[in-house]
Design a protein. Sequence first.
Length: 297
Amino acid sequence: MASLKEVRARISSINSTQQITKAMKMVAAAKLRRAQDNITQLRPYAQKLSQMLGTVSAGAETASENPYKQTRAIGRVLLIVVTSDRGLCGAFNTNVVKAALTLIDEKYSAQARSGNVEIMAIGKKGAEAFQRRGFKVNTSHVDAFGSLSFATVRTAAEEAMEGFANGRYDLVEVIYNEFKNAAMQIVRTEQMLPIVSADKPGSGVAAASVNYIFEPSEVEIITELIPKTIKIQLYKAVLDSNASEHGARMTAMDKATENAGELLKELRLVYNRTRQAAITTEILEIVGGAEALASAS
């Protein structure tokens, strides 16, 4: 049985840890509210813009000439992996890394063996995980969460778009955590480039069968709409991941605080039993000593 001093030291240590996890939970909750507001406000705009792009590009005759819609044989792949900069958020980062590795194994194993799979890491944890595994990792945008803004994410999107247009990449995909609520994050894999045409949302009519009137011109609208949509979609993925991170951390810290409380209850019970045993032993020693003195006299 541990001594009273050891038990007291453990109780003090766990109590300090519980205070830290409780404070981290409160900080994560405050950040989550702001991050949730950001993604809630952007998501409808991003979805509508994406639907508009799918509709217009499918129906426009010159859309196929856009460099971001060119479908090629997949030789070189860029995966944009969005994780967090810090840990202590449960399986948040592990799930994204695992999803990316599974995607590589199932779809791009040949490209990976040839060294033609590149990782663009947004978030330090993802960069570290893929560097340990020997992948070619682009860390130019790893600090995006330090000053998260559309301008920061736009730079990463433009780099991926330029690489695709120049033929450096034949396909670009994004892997991230989509925010549902504080307790639920869903790992998503979305094709960013080339742009995939879609039917007109909600109408059930193929977009290609719809006649459009373009002003100022079809070419100008398509040329302007596609790059803007690509950047917005990546920004949405990063905002989703940011909100998911804070939700995952808040949940993890809440669970850690509860576990610390349970452990404190057990340790206090052990402490009381140990203390009772020590008092009983001291009483027995005093009684034994008194009896010995009485017998000697």
